[in-house]
Design a protein around this ligand. Structure first.
Ligand code: FAD
Length: 356
């Protein structure tokens, strides 16, 4: 067993983001760091997208940025402008390469496969491996995406489609999400918000084939990349203690109502790296508690009334673009919160407020 000054367990998005911040803030000049991840190798496995509400260090990993997005429901299509906060997609393969190449230049940084190789007693430990004791009845955002290349120019690459609810909901909440990277290439995802108790929801390949061929009308295409994932829309059981600080999804960085996590991870990494020397006396970095509260109510409504959710999302997105983006990116002020909350069906939300 080897001794290190800092140990990061899980070298995914948050583990590597934190290591990167430690490196560029010169915190690893006299300190050793072990990053523990059981992966054999790093390759693109996720596409992280978000509205760019603040600067981040990964502009060079952005595949595409859009200034417009749309939402489809039975009620029609909403077209939204987001020039002030462009929607960006990051290729995780480029992100991993950038960080690992940077860290490999520092001989104080070590990549290891297992916790058994290190002495966990004497270090500052950051953990990004989620602990999930019992997820039965809990909500997940689960999805599968195909990046396809069509033979013809078929996509409008100026506008992404955030949610298309014109599909079978199977008593849950289901939508498709289309990110057109070029006129020929797009990432198309089938996304569910559910407790994952109906396994038909996981017949992703069939759903995607049908949507691509019969809805988007792309008959001739090649599948060039596939990603599958699930994001817990509940807090994991990880608990911070004297020397373990949880980060990323394990550290509560996921917005429960949306699954957006990437930019929160960047904020958390910045905070932890800036305060490395006095973390014990600093507050734990958390998402603002008003979003925890509002998201929990929102998810109670979603769980009980999946049928009305396409309508609720549609109404929410009728708000001014900046307002709704700020709200979904945890940057809204109380005025913006109230304006969005006032669009929700009052009785259903009030009932959810008093339910357990
Ligand atoms: C497919 C996918 C797409 C997503 N898209 C978006 C998006 O568009 N926008 C957004 O904001 N969020 C998105 N998210 C949510 C979130 O941003 C990601 O899940 C992000 O990767 C979370 O970072 P993390 O460090 O918490 O977890 P991870 O990135 O999963 O990192 C955890 C690491 O721990 C390692 N590990 C696990 N168990 C062990 C163990 N026992 N020992 C050693 N290592 C271990 C894993 O190999 C992994 O590298 C997405 C999630 C998924 C799954």
């Amino acid at each position: 067993m080897r001794d290190f000054d800092i140990i990061i367990i899980g070298g995914g998005c948050s583990g590597l983001s934190l290591a990167y911040q430690l490196e560029i803030k010169s915190k690893l000049q006299n300190k050793s760091l072990a990053i523990i991840d059981y992966r054999d190798k790093y390759y693109r496995d996720k596409t992280w997208s978000f509205w760019k509400v603040n600067e981040h260090d990964f502009e060079d990993c952005v595949i595409k940025s859009w200034d417009q997005f749309s939402i489809n429901s039975k009620k029609g299509t909403l077209y939204k402008n987001c020039k002030k906060f462009p929607y960006q997609s990051i290729d995780s393969g480029l992100f991993y390469n950038k960080i690992i190449n940077k860290l490999k230049q520092n001989k104080n940084v070590h990549f290891l496969k297992s916790k058994n190789e290190v002495n966990l007693n004497s270090s500052v430990i950051f953990n990004s491996v989620p602990e999930i004791d019992n997820a039965s009845g809990e909500l997940w955002q689960h999805f599968c995406g195909y990046e396809i290349e069509a033979k013809k120019e078929i996509f409008d690459d100026k506008i992404l489609n955030l949610m298309d609810f014109n599909c079978d909901q199977k008593k849950s909440v289901h939508f498709f999400y289309t990110l057109p990277f070029t006129k020929k290439k797009a990432l198309v995802e089938t996304t569910w918000l559910s407790t994952m108790s109906n396994h038909e929801e996981e017949e992703y390949d069939q759903q995607l084939k049908d949507y691509i061929e019969n809805h988007l009308n792309v008959k001739n295409y090649n599948l060039i990349y596939k990603e599958v994932g699930k994001i817990p829309l509940f807090r994991t059981s990880n608990i911070n203690n004297k020397n373990i600080i949880n980060i990323g999804t394990a550290g509560g960085m996921t917005r429960l109502s949306t699954g957006y996590t990437f930019l929160n991870i960047q904020d958390q990494s910045n905070y932890l790296a800036n305060n490395l020397e006095n973390l014990a006396s600093r507050k734990t970095f958390k998402l603002p508690s008003k979003y925890e509260f509002l998201d929990k109510i929102f998810l109670r409504v979603l769980k009980k009334n999946p049928r009305i959710m396409p309508d609720i999302f549609y109404k929410m997105f009728k708000s001014k673009s900046d307002k709704i983006i700020n709200f979904l990116s945890n940057k809204s002020n109380w005025g913006e919160d109230i304006s969005i909350i006032s669009k929700m069906p009052k009785i259903i939300f009030l009932k959810a407020l008093f339910e357990k």
